[in-house]
Design a protein around this ligand. Structure first.
Ligand code: F6P
Length: 337
């Protein structure tokens, strides 16, 4: 079937995540297969505003499926939030004949897509964020690799905590969401996991659990704290959620926790198999949407299947924790420790 678009752009926006390159590669290769021109847009929406673009072909995406980061660079664009910025981006599209844009990022990126589509440019979003906090999709590119990076680091920490009989407080990324912390907490057998989605009480959920573990003859404790666990911007910036919990533990229990903020390490590294394959399937799907004349779509992963959803509806789906993981964690913490 003939494609509805002749030339499309591709960009990455917001925080990068492992697998974004695999998605870019899939977009380019699928477009070429369909006879569609692809323009790479550098530094997210900023590149569309300033015309920082280049022609892409099979050569430009060769040997990137295994690379972390994004070859297109990424940014969070304040200018694109303004009417003026959006007009400049549309002007670039008109000048270059870009009829559709595939944008890889989080829900902020999708809101940018909607702004562009109001000016007649077709848009498709691909979820790419280690936070896995986009309500419409069960999976966003980079989550599994980031989780495995965190798990490997925490396993190493456990070795030394065990030797020294210490308490470890590990702060995990996720912005306002606790998905990554919850998942990592299950995989590492943490003593405590604190996430922003659940109200928690320091005495009951931290101090008493450490005491119970100690009474069960454990002499090291692993406390996983989502960076947004306090739901408080100030704490998130300074001292940080991990440091805050450590201070409370020190004051209440008289032990000296060691704090590790995993930070941006979780965003880097080679994507694992799940992220490479999911990104490739999503990139393919996004181009098929545009070629089929669709616009305002978000590519989603639901129950193992790739599908697409209206972007406004997708943005309206509230983010939530994975309910079954949530229940499992409750049981694991209750029984083992
Ligand atoms: O959204 C991805 C993410 O890594 C969040 O987990 C984190 O809060 C934020 O980005 C950090 O952003 P920056 O790279 O601007 O420090």
């Amino acid at each position: 079937m003939a494609s509805a678009v002749k030339r499309i752009g591709v960009l990455t926006s917001g925080g990068d995540s492992p697998g974004m390159n695999a998605a870019v590669r899939a977009v380019v290769r699928t477009a070429m297969y369909r006879g569609i021109d692809v323009i790479g847009i550098r530094r997210g929406w900023n590149g569309l505003i300033s015309g920082d673009v280049f022609r892409m072909d099979a050569q430009s995406v060769a040997h990137i499926i295994n690379r972390g980061g994004t070859i297109l660079y990424t940014a969070r664009s304040d200018e694109f939030r303004t009417e003026e910025g959006q007009k400049k981006a549309v002007a670039t599209c008109k000048l270059l004949g870009i009829e559709g844009v595939v944008a890889i990022g989080g829900d902020g990126t999708f809101r940018g897509c909607l702004a562009l589509s109001k000016h007649g440019i077709s848009v498709v979003g691909i979820p790419g964020t280690i936070d896995n906090d986009i309500g419409c999709t069960h999976y966003s590119i980079g989550y599994d690799t980031a989780a495995n990076t965190a798990i490997e680091a925490i396993d190493r920490l456990r070795d030394t905590m065990q030797s020294h009989e210490r308490c470890s407080v590990v702060e995990v990324m996720g912005h306002r969401a606790g998905n990554l912390a919850l998942y990592v907490g299950i995989a590492t057998g943490a003593t405590v996991v604190l996430v922003p989605e659940h109200e928690w009480d320091f005495q009951k959920d931290v101090a008493e659990r450490i005491r119970a573990a100690r009474l069960n003859n454990h002499t090291h404790f692993m406390i996983i704290v989502a960076e947004g666990a306090f739901n408080d911007d100030e704490i998130m910036k300074n001292p940080g959620s991990g440091n805050m919990v450590a201070k409370m533990i020190r004051e209440e229990l008289g032990i000296e926790p060691r704090v590790t903020v995993l930070g941006h390490i979780q965003r880097g590294g080679a994507p694992n198999a799940r992220d490479r394959v999911t990104a490739t399937r999503m990139g393919y799907w996004a181009v098929e949407c545009l070629a089929g004349g669709k616009t305002n779509r978000v590519v989603c992963h639901q129950g193992g299947t790739i599908c697409d959803m209206d972007m406004e509806e997708a943005l309206a789906v509230p983010h939530s924790l994975n309910a079954s993981e949530d229940r499992v964690l409750e049981a694991m913490i209750g029984s083992e420790r």
